[in-house]
Write a protein that binds this ligand. Structure first.
Ligand SMILES: [Zn+2]
Ligand SMILES: [Zn+2]
Length: 142
């Protein structure tokens, strides 16, 4: 992913009526520049060195605010853990049941499928993404 620029972050925030604070920027930038999909706790460990005095609660709240604005994706895993994804381009996830790693993959054929008509009877759909579970290559060879 290209590096996240503050100017761009500020524009996106302003368009959504959010204040582009430096704390929010560091949290967003850290998430956007990692390929892993951390939980709020893991992200707190990644940023706490860069933001002295930052509380775990602020990280939780910031991630949720940015997720509500569509600036990042919230992934709820089958075990119930919430992970965050800084990549909002269409992609899907592979979850390794052995090590818990979440990996990205693209599936344009799926993205282009029309939604079943039956969905209309259930509600108004907004997004669809696939979670495939199995064992990652690293775990397979062991
Ligand atoms: Zn694995
Ligand atoms: Zn992802």
């Amino acid at each position: 992913m290209p590096p996240v620029k503050y100017e761009h972050f500020k524009e996106v925030c302003q368009a959504r009526g959010l204040k582009a604070t430096s704390q929010r920027f560091v949290i967003f930038k850290t998430l956007a520049s990692t390929a892993c999909h951390p939980t709020a706790d893991q992200l707190f460990d990644m940023v706490s060195g860069k933001l002295p005095g930052l509380s775990r609660d602020t990280v939780y709240r910031t991630l949720n605010v940015l997720a509500e604005c569509g600036m990042l994706r919230k992934l709820i895993m089958p075990g119930g853990a919430t992970h965050f994804d800084g990549d909002t381009t269409p992609h899907h996830h592979f979850l390794c049941e052995q090590c818990g790693q979440i990996l990205d993959f693209e599936w344009p054929d799926f993205d282009n499928l029309p939604w079943p008509e039956a969905i209309g009877e259930l509600g108004r759909a907004k997004t669809a993404s696939v979670l495939i579970m199995g064992r990652c290559l690293g775990c397979e060879v062991q």
